[in-house]
Write a protein that binds this ligand. Sequence first.
Ligand code: URA
Length: 230
Amino acid sequence: MLQRADALLSRYGYCSRKEARQWLSEGRLRIPSGRITDPAVKINPADVTVDGAPVEYPEGLFVKVHKPVGYVCSHDPAEGPSVYDLLPPQWMRRNPHPTVIGRLDKDTTGLVLITDDHQLVHRLISPKNKIPKVYRVGLDRLPDAALIEIFAAGTLLLKGEKTPCLPAAITEVSDTVCRVTLHEGRYHQVKRMFAACGFQVTALHRLSIGAWQLGKLEEGRWEVVAFPEK
Ligand code: URA
Protein backbone atom coordinates (compact mmCIF):
# COMPACT_ATOMS: atom_id res chain seq x y z
CA MET A 1 0.00 0.00 0.00
CA LEU A 2 1.32 3.46 -0.93
CA GLN A 3 2.17 5.68 2.03
CA ARG A 4 3.32 9.28 2.42
CA ALA A 5 7.08 9.42 3.05
CA ASP A 6 6.70 11.15 6.44
CA ALA A 7 3.94 8.74 7.54
CA LEU A 8 6.07 5.78 6.49
CA LEU A 9 9.00 6.84 8.69
CA SER A 10 6.67 7.12 11.66
CA ARG A 11 4.70 3.93 10.82
CA TYR A 12 7.83 1.77 10.95
CA GLY A 13 9.29 3.42 14.06
CA TYR A 14 12.20 5.39 12.60
CA CYS A 15 11.17 8.79 13.95
CA SER A 16 8.10 10.91 14.68
CA ARG A 17 6.14 12.44 11.84
CA LYS A 18 7.49 15.82 12.94
CA GLU A 19 11.11 14.62 12.80
CA ALA A 20 10.51 13.05 9.38
CA ARG A 21 11.11 16.36 7.58
CA GLN A 22 14.67 16.44 8.92
CA TRP A 23 15.28 12.77 8.04
CA LEU A 24 14.06 13.41 4.51
CA SER A 25 16.11 16.56 4.06
CA GLU A 26 19.19 14.54 5.09
CA GLY A 27 18.44 12.14 2.21
CA ARG A 28 18.10 9.08 4.44
CA LEU A 29 15.12 7.62 2.60
CA ARG A 30 15.61 6.26 -0.90
CA ILE A 31 13.74 4.39 -3.58
CA PRO A 32 15.54 2.76 -6.56
CA SER A 33 15.20 5.96 -8.64
CA GLY A 34 16.78 8.19 -5.98
CA ARG A 35 16.29 10.11 -2.73
CA ILE A 36 12.89 11.10 -1.42
CA THR A 37 12.90 14.55 0.16
CA ASP A 38 9.24 15.56 -0.15
CA PRO A 39 7.24 14.38 2.91
CA ALA A 40 4.03 14.17 0.86
CA VAL A 41 5.35 11.83 -1.84
CA LYS A 42 3.52 8.50 -1.80
CA ILE A 43 5.71 5.41 -1.95
CA ASN A 44 5.53 1.68 -1.52
CA PRO A 45 7.34 0.65 1.72
CA ALA A 46 8.62 -2.49 0.01
CA ASP A 47 10.61 -0.27 -2.43
CA VAL A 48 12.21 1.89 0.26
CA THR A 49 15.55 1.85 2.04
CA VAL A 50 16.26 3.96 5.11
CA ASP A 51 19.94 4.61 5.81
CA GLY A 52 20.63 1.93 3.21
CA ALA A 53 18.54 -0.86 4.79
CA PRO A 54 15.12 -2.08 3.64
CA VAL A 55 12.06 -1.46 5.82
CA GLU A 56 11.49 -4.42 8.17
CA TYR A 57 8.20 -6.27 7.84
CA PRO A 58 6.40 -3.66 5.69
CA GLU A 59 3.23 -5.80 5.69
CA GLY A 60 3.12 -5.86 9.51
CA LEU A 61 4.82 -7.54 12.39
CA PHE A 62 3.75 -10.86 13.90
CA VAL A 63 6.00 -12.57 16.43
CA LYS A 64 5.88 -15.26 19.04
CA VAL A 65 7.69 -14.68 22.32
CA HIS A 66 8.59 -17.04 25.17
CA LYS A 67 7.58 -14.99 28.19
CA PRO A 68 9.81 -15.54 31.23
CA VAL A 69 8.49 -15.43 34.79
CA GLY A 70 8.50 -11.89 36.26
CA TYR A 71 7.66 -10.18 32.96
CA VAL A 72 4.34 -8.39 32.41
CA CYS A 73 2.29 -8.04 29.23
CA SER A 74 1.86 -4.30 29.69
CA HIS A 75 3.12 -1.08 28.13
CA ASP A 76 3.30 0.58 31.58
CA PRO A 77 6.97 0.70 32.74
CA ALA A 78 5.77 1.06 36.37
CA GLU A 79 4.59 -2.56 36.26
CA GLY A 80 8.13 -3.94 35.84
CA PRO A 81 9.98 -5.65 32.98
CA SER A 82 7.73 -6.23 30.03
CA VAL A 83 7.58 -8.74 27.17
CA TYR A 84 7.86 -5.71 24.90
CA ASP A 85 11.37 -5.07 26.32
CA LEU A 86 12.42 -8.38 24.75
CA LEU A 87 11.80 -7.03 21.20
CA PRO A 88 13.98 -4.64 19.16
CA PRO A 89 13.23 -1.08 20.42
CA GLN A 90 12.42 0.20 16.92
CA TRP A 91 9.56 -2.29 16.64
CA MET A 92 8.00 -0.79 19.75
CA ARG A 93 8.02 2.65 18.12
CA ARG A 94 5.93 1.39 15.19
CA ASN A 95 2.49 2.92 14.75
CA PRO A 96 0.16 1.25 15.51
CA HIS A 97 2.17 -0.11 18.45
CA PRO A 98 2.69 -3.85 18.64
CA THR A 99 0.40 -5.42 21.20
CA VAL A 100 -0.02 -8.79 22.91
CA ILE A 101 -2.76 -11.17 21.78
CA GLY A 102 -3.99 -12.72 25.04
CA ARG A 103 -2.04 -11.55 28.08
CA LEU A 104 -0.32 -13.77 30.62
CA ASP A 105 0.05 -13.01 34.33
CA LYS A 106 3.44 -11.90 35.66
CA ASP A 107 4.09 -15.34 37.20
CA THR A 108 2.94 -17.28 34.10
CA THR A 109 5.44 -18.34 31.44
CA GLY A 110 5.14 -19.47 27.86
CA LEU A 111 3.74 -18.45 24.51
CA VAL A 112 2.71 -14.88 23.79
CA LEU A 113 1.83 -13.58 20.32
CA ILE A 114 2.56 -9.92 19.50
CA THR A 115 1.49 -7.98 16.42
CA ASP A 116 1.00 -4.44 15.12
CA ASP A 117 -1.96 -5.66 13.06
CA HIS A 118 -4.86 -4.74 15.32
CA GLN A 119 -7.42 -6.43 13.10
CA LEU A 120 -5.59 -9.67 13.76
CA VAL A 121 -5.66 -8.97 17.52
CA HIS A 122 -9.45 -8.60 17.39
CA ARG A 123 -9.83 -11.70 15.26
CA LEU A 124 -7.77 -13.88 17.57
CA ILE A 125 -9.24 -12.66 20.86
CA SER A 126 -12.84 -12.54 19.65
CA PRO A 127 -14.89 -14.95 21.81
CA LYS A 128 -16.85 -16.02 18.76
CA ASN A 129 -13.74 -17.54 17.16
CA LYS A 130 -13.09 -19.80 20.19
CA ILE A 131 -9.35 -20.12 19.49
CA PRO A 132 -7.97 -22.95 21.69
CA LYS A 133 -5.23 -22.11 24.19
CA VAL A 134 -3.32 -24.93 25.82
CA TYR A 135 -1.66 -24.58 29.23
CA ARG A 136 0.53 -26.82 31.33
CA VAL A 137 -0.68 -26.47 34.88
CA GLY A 138 1.00 -27.44 38.16
CA LEU A 139 -1.43 -28.03 41.02
CA ASP A 140 -1.21 -28.34 44.79
CA ARG A 141 -2.77 -31.83 44.65
CA LEU A 142 -3.78 -34.56 42.26
CA PRO A 143 -6.56 -33.66 39.83
CA ASP A 144 -9.44 -36.14 40.12
CA ALA A 145 -12.27 -37.35 37.88
CA ALA A 146 -14.76 -34.96 39.50
CA LEU A 147 -12.59 -31.97 38.58
CA ILE A 148 -12.21 -33.15 34.98
CA GLU A 149 -15.98 -33.55 34.75
CA ILE A 150 -16.72 -30.09 36.17
CA PHE A 151 -14.31 -28.47 33.69
CA ALA A 152 -15.79 -30.42 30.77
CA ALA A 153 -19.41 -29.67 31.65
CA GLY A 154 -19.38 -25.99 30.71
CA THR A 155 -21.32 -25.07 33.83
CA LEU A 156 -18.58 -23.66 36.07
CA LEU A 157 -19.57 -20.18 37.13
CA LEU A 158 -16.74 -17.94 38.34
CA LYS A 159 -17.24 -15.46 41.17
CA GLY A 160 -18.75 -12.19 39.96
CA GLU A 161 -19.57 -13.54 36.46
CA LYS A 162 -22.94 -14.16 34.86
CA THR A 163 -22.08 -16.74 32.22
CA PRO A 164 -20.45 -20.11 32.93
CA CYS A 165 -17.06 -20.95 31.47
CA LEU A 166 -17.08 -22.80 28.17
CA PRO A 167 -16.18 -26.50 28.44
CA ALA A 168 -12.47 -26.95 29.15
CA ALA A 169 -10.50 -30.16 28.67
CA ILE A 170 -8.08 -31.48 31.29
CA THR A 171 -5.72 -34.01 29.67
CA GLU A 172 -2.31 -35.64 30.09
CA VAL A 173 -2.57 -35.80 33.85
CA SER A 174 0.73 -36.85 35.37
CA ASP A 175 0.94 -36.63 39.13
CA THR A 176 0.02 -32.99 40.02
CA VAL A 177 0.67 -31.66 36.49
CA CYS A 178 -1.90 -31.59 33.69
CA ARG A 179 -2.80 -29.87 30.43
CA VAL A 180 -5.82 -27.62 30.13
CA THR A 181 -7.38 -26.42 26.89
CA LEU A 182 -9.55 -23.30 27.02
CA HIS A 183 -11.55 -21.72 24.19
CA GLU A 184 -11.89 -18.29 25.75
CA GLY A 185 -9.70 -15.86 27.67
CA ARG A 186 -11.15 -14.47 30.86
CA TYR A 187 -9.17 -12.62 33.51
CA HIS A 188 -6.89 -15.09 35.44
CA GLN A 189 -9.14 -17.78 34.01
CA VAL A 190 -7.05 -20.90 34.63
CA LYS A 191 -6.25 -19.98 38.23
CA ARG A 192 -9.85 -18.95 38.95
CA MET A 193 -11.34 -22.12 37.45
CA PHE A 194 -9.11 -24.34 39.58
CA ALA A 195 -9.65 -22.16 42.66
CA ALA A 196 -13.42 -22.46 42.18
CA CYS A 197 -12.96 -26.26 42.49
CA GLY A 198 -10.69 -26.04 45.56
CA PHE A 199 -7.33 -26.42 43.77
CA GLN A 200 -4.42 -24.03 43.77
CA VAL A 201 -2.33 -23.46 40.66
CA THR A 202 1.36 -23.61 41.62
CA ALA A 203 2.79 -23.15 38.08
CA LEU A 204 1.27 -22.05 34.79
CA HIS A 205 2.81 -22.22 31.32
CA ARG A 206 1.14 -21.60 27.93
CA LEU A 207 2.09 -24.11 25.24
CA SER A 208 -0.01 -22.95 22.29
CA ILE A 209 -2.58 -20.52 20.91
CA GLY A 210 -4.51 -21.93 17.97
CA ALA A 211 -1.96 -23.32 15.50
CA TRP A 212 0.96 -21.43 17.08
CA GLN A 213 3.12 -23.60 19.33
CA LEU A 214 5.82 -22.43 21.70
CA GLY A 215 7.96 -25.34 20.46
CA LYS A 216 11.64 -25.10 21.29
CA LEU A 217 11.74 -21.30 21.49
CA GLU A 218 13.94 -20.45 24.47
CA GLU A 219 12.76 -18.34 27.37
CA GLY A 220 13.10 -14.62 26.65
CA ARG A 221 13.48 -15.20 22.89
CA TRP A 222 11.22 -14.15 20.00
CA GLU A 223 10.65 -15.47 16.50
CA VAL A 224 8.82 -13.85 13.57
CA VAL A 225 5.93 -16.01 12.35
CA ALA A 226 3.80 -15.93 9.18
CA PHE A 227 0.47 -14.11 9.28
CA PRO A 228 -2.52 -16.44 9.16
CA GLU A 229 -4.71 -16.53 6.03
CA LYS A 230 -7.40 -13.83 6.09
N1 URA B 1 -5.09 -17.97 33.13
C1 URA B 1 -4.49 -17.47 34.24
O1 URA B 1 -4.98 -17.64 35.35
N2 URA B 1 -3.35 -16.77 34.08
C2 URA B 1 -2.75 -16.58 32.89
O2 URA B 1 -1.69 -15.96 32.81
C3 URA B 1 -3.38 -17.12 31.74
C4 URA B 1 -4.56 -17.81 31.90
